[in-house]
Each structure stands twice: as C-alpha cells, then as structure tokens.
Write a new protein. Structure first.
Lengths: 431, 161
C-alpha cells in the first residue's frame, strides 16, 4: 500500500538506540484496512483447543478475523474447520454457539451437511444433475489451511503459508514447556470470558508482553498480593528476560511472587497446599530433571504468537485471542487452560488465582483496559505528537523482561508484512 | 420470626443499589455475612455453575470482596478513577423460597455506567440468598447472571454489579 514517505510506520536506528512507532498505526482507517489483508489474511490464527471438542459430533461456531468458522469433530473423530456458509446461497449454516450434532441443516433451503462439511441431502434432489452431491463445490468449504500443534488449532486464509510448526519458530519450545506441565494432556476449563476494549488491537499485543507496566498499572493488585501471602519474605521475585522468538513471536520469562498451581507454593495456600504442590513438583523433577522442572514450575511466561494469540503461564494459565473490529475497538476471547490430572484442590486455587488478577472482573485486567483506552485517546493527538517510543533495553546483550524487546519483535514483523520490500532506513529524524 | 414481605426485601435491595450508586462501598460491604459470596459467571455457563470447576468473571468470597472494596476506593484503581457514575434499577423482585433464617430472592437489574463520555449498560438477573438477622437482612450470596452475550461492548466489570 502507499504510504507517504515522510511518515513511515516505524523509525529505527540501532546505533542511536531509537525505535519509534507511528501513532498513526493505531488510528488510520487505511492501516486498519491493510492489516486485514497483510496481517490477518497471511498469518496463522488461533481457532481453538482440541479439548473443546472431546466427542465426535461436537461443534463450536467462532468468529476468526471476521469470518464465521464452524469448528467440528467429525464422526471419525477428525477435527475440521469449515467456513460457516452454505455452498448453495451463502446463509450461515450453524447458528448455535456450540453443541453436538450428527449433521447441520441450513434453514434457508434445507441443505444438510455432515460434520465433515459434505453435502448429505438437499430438498428437490431430482432437479439437480446426477453426481451433483459428489462435487466439491456442493460441500461446505474448509478453511484454506488448518493445522494443530499440541492441541492448539490454528487456521490460515493463506493457502501458501508456511507450515504451522515452522511458523511458530522459537515459540514452539515455549509451548512445549507449557504443555509439559503434565503428561495427561490439558483442557480448556468451561466458561469463556468474552469482552472488548475500546482500543486498537495492537495495544493489547504490546500490553500482553509488557513487563514494564506491572508495578504502576497494577499497583492495587500487588498491594493485595503482598499483604495476603507474606511473599516479600519468600524472595521469589527475581525478574527475568525477554526474548525475540522469530516471525514476530516473543516471550518474557521471569520469576514472580505469586503462587502457581504448577508448581510454586505460597503461604496463603496452607499446609495442604504445600504437600500437593510438593507432589506436583517432585513429579516434574522425575519426568524432566531438576533444571527443566524448575523452569516449568517456577518461571512465568507471557508468550505472544504473532499476530493475536497470548498464552500466559503465570498465576494461572490463560489462552487469549483478539481481533480488531474498528481501528479503536477490539473483541477478546479468553479461556483458562488446566492439566487434565489436576486435583480438585489445585483446580479451585487455579481458578481463584485466575480471577484475582485476570479477566474483565479481576483486579488487574480492567486497569489494563483503562490504560489501553487512554492510549487510544492520547492518539487523538497523533497528527502533532507522532511517535511512541519502545526503545527500552535496546543495545543490551540480554533484554530484561521489563524491557521492550518483545514489542520491537512484534512491530518488526508487522512492518515486514505491511510494507513488503526493503525497509527504509531513517536516521536522525526522530532523535 | 415474623414472615418476610416482598416490600421488606425491596427496601433492602433498593438501599443496596443506592449505596453502590453513591460509591459508599465500605458501608455496602457491611451488608454481607462473613461467609458471603459474590459471583458473576461467564455468560456461556449454566445459571447454577460452580466457580470451583468453571471459569467465571467474578467469584469473590468475603475476604476478596473486602479486597475489591479496598481496591476500588484507591486512586490507583485506574479503571474507576475518577469514579464512574452509575444508576441502578432493581425490579421484578420475587421471593422464591424462605426458611427460618434465610430467603432466596430473584430480581432483574439494569445498571448504567458512565465514564469519559461513554455509557454502558449491564443487565440480567440477580439471585440472592439473604440471611435474616435480628436487625434485618444480610447478603449470604449474590449471583449476577448477565443476560448479554459476553461483555460487549461494556468490556469489563470494574464496578460492583
């Protein structure tokens, strides 16, 4: 797309530790339009977790990048991602959120499809030529690409995109660390948090991998944490590091004072909790050895997978995906993920932990939303006040978790997809 | 124990709504029993889902409810600073069951919240379990069942419903 050369999307000068992001990127309708084509039509996008469809015939309807998707497990147990539109005249075929069905009937003219999307029957079949049902074009259309990594299911509207495992790049290893908490598999806990923020979607990307804002934005949460669990004495803070994982993915990995159901005990969980967490931890050591067990149990990970998936392995485990609806409005879906072999005790504390910090009724997420919405308001001045600064930690050998390396990884990939071709080098302009 | 009338319950609930609208949260907190629960399930869960096995928006015991109030009264509770303005309507109040020491009450709520030029509507049904004590009622359980699909466009529950 055309962009005035005097107003690039990014200003980067490593020699001077300059990394600036044009605020126009958050407000301009032209950018918003281009993102649909250059970002959301050319990336792998999270659809859902395999555990959400445990049985043949289970289905979920979900909106991904503006498309209605019918996510099913067919009668043979295979997961399918279908475009939820009738091949006949286009009506949305399945109108329910979720359920179990042997077939789906479009209510408009009565065409019936299997959970594999194949046309089973249609009223007035005699008026169609022989073999009509056997044509591919008579079936509900599958999403161009559908691949799975460790029960995380992704779709892409770009039929030429690289395989998911390659796309995940360095994020793969972090997903492994998260999934290796248990060898019994993981499931999404029932209950979807579906909310929205009146801000540009990229603000949530930044916020999700921003270790810098915690102590100020979430002051009230840390007040509560410190007063309730005597954590200052346990000395389990310790900070950590941020990593660029390639292809726009990024992560921060760090120690923190909160309890983790897998597997870091806090005094607030009592003696019963101590033995339970101890047992979980010992299991991890047996399965993975001391070093990896320590990492799984005691490190927190805020993992971002380009362009819109966040897996936070923190005081609970959350999977969050979000989509732009307008330059200044996004919708968010978030779930809790948990090991299948977790005890009732641990599940209760996991959910308790989750709600204390996370989600639109928690003690932290509403303040994040407020911050993002006030950035969006601040961007009303973007014609005069042009730039965001995300240079924190530039030039360090190893970026700390509260540096802004993670955001630079995102924006670099965003820029590459939005403006293919040589990146213009602008020096001095923004200093 | 004399029988409880709907008017008694309505007086109590209208007063509760008024305390919330006036941001008199510490006073509001005294309406709850020590074993109280305040819960808001996600909208794709059944009305009687348990917060121990399902993800909610809010599942406070009395301790966390106290923390919620303490938090909301600080200027570092950014989502509610400066405080939003709210207007609550409580209606269709019905006593669904009563025992010697407790009544189960159902009502509908419509809560308008305005901040920074934006007004959002929260609506649904609230199920109360009210303990009958010497000087009136105390809330043992308040469960708000949001009627919308998710929290759009309101986005968050930074106030008390």
């Amino acid at each position: 797309m055309n962009t005035p050369s005097q107003q690039p999307a990014l200003l980067i000068d490593p020699a001077q530790s300059i990394f600036k992001v044009a605020r126009r990127n958050f407000v301009d309708p032209e950018i918003f339009k281009a993102e649909k084509e250059m970002i959301f039509d050319r990336s792998w996008l999270y659809l859902g977790h395999s555990s959400e469809l445990p049985n043949p015939g289970d289905y979920i309807t979900r909106k991904v990048a503006g498309r209605g998707i019918l996510f099913t497990r067919d009668s043979k147990g295979q997961l399918r991602a279908l475009l939820n539109t009738c091949p006949h005249r286009g009506a949305q075929v399945c109108r329910e959120r979720k359920g179990n069905a042997k077939s789906f009937q479009c209510f408009y003219h009565g065409w019936v499809f299997g959970a594999d999307g194949k046309l089973r029957s249609q009223p007035g079949e005699a008026s169609y030529p022989e073999g009509f049902k056997g044509r591919d074009t008579s079936n509900m259309q599958p999403v161009p690409r559908f691949e799975t990594y460790r029960d995380f299911n992704f779709i892409s509207f770009d039929s030429n995109i690289i395989p998911l495992v390659d796309y995940l790049a360095g994020a793969r290893e972090f997903l492994d660390v998260i999934c290796d908490q248990t060898d019994a598999g993981m499931s999404i806990v029932a209950g979807s948090q579906e909310y929205s923020i009146r801000a540009n979607w990229k603000l949530l990307t930044e916020n999700s991998i921003d270790g810098y804002h915690a102590s100020t934005t979430h002051a009230t949460y840390f007040d509560i944490l410190m007063s309730s669990t005597d954590n200052l004495a346990t000395g389990m803070g310790g900070g950590g590091y941020g990593y660029d994982l390639g292809n726009g993915h990024a992560v921060l990995e760090y120690g923190a004072p909160w309890g983790r159901p897998v597997a870091q005990w806090i005094p607030g969980w009592g003696e019963a909790g101590k033995s339970e967490i101890g047992r979980l931890y010992d299991n991890l050591v047996t399965r993975h050895g001391q070093e990896r067990a320590d990492r799984i149990a005691r490190k927190n990970r805020n993992l971002f997978i380009f362009p819109n998936l966040v897996v936070n392995d923190i005081m609970a485990l959350t999977v969050r995906t979000y989509f732009p609806v307008a330059p200044d409005y996004m919708v968010i879906n978030a779930w809790a993920l948990a090991p299948n072999d977790e005890s009732a005790w641990a599940r209760k504390y996991r959910l308790n932990n989750f709600l204390e910090f996370l989600g639109p009724g928690g003690f932290a997420t509403p303040d994040d939303a407020e911050a993002l919405e006030h950035c969006q308001r601040g961007f009303q001045n973007s014609k005069e006040a042009l730039w965001n600064d995300i240079s924190k930690g530039m030039g360090k050998d190893k970026a700390h978790h509260d540096d802004e390396l993670q955001m630079r990884a995102f924006w670099t990939q965003w820029n590459k997809q939005m403006f293919p071709g040589p990146v213009s080098s602008i020096k001095g302009v923004a200093a | 124990m004399q029988s409880v009338s709907r008017a008694d319950v309505e007086d109590f609930l209208f007063n509760e709504a008024d305390l919330l609208d006036q941001w008199r949260l510490p006073e509001w907190l005294t309406l709850f029993t020590d074993d109280a629960k305040y819960e808001v399930p996600c909208t794709d869960l059944p009305a009687d889902a348990s917060s121990e096995t399902n993800l909610f928006y809010i599942a406070d015991d009395r301790t966390r409810l106290g923390e919620r109030v303490k938090r909301l009264m600080k200027r570092t509770a950014h989502a509610e600073f400066p405080h939003s303005k709210t207007s609550r309507i409580v209606g269709n109040v019905r006593i669904q069951a009563s025992k010697d020491d407790e009544v189960a009450v159902s009502c509908v709520f419509q809560t308008l919240r305005t901040k920074d030029g934006t007004t959002d509507l929260y609506f649904g049904t609230t199920k109360y379990r009210l303990a009958i004590q010497g000087d009136g009622f105390r809330i043992r359980e308040k469960r708000c069942l949001l009627a919308g699909e998710g929290l759009r466009p309101s986005g968050r529950i930074s106030i008390v419903l």
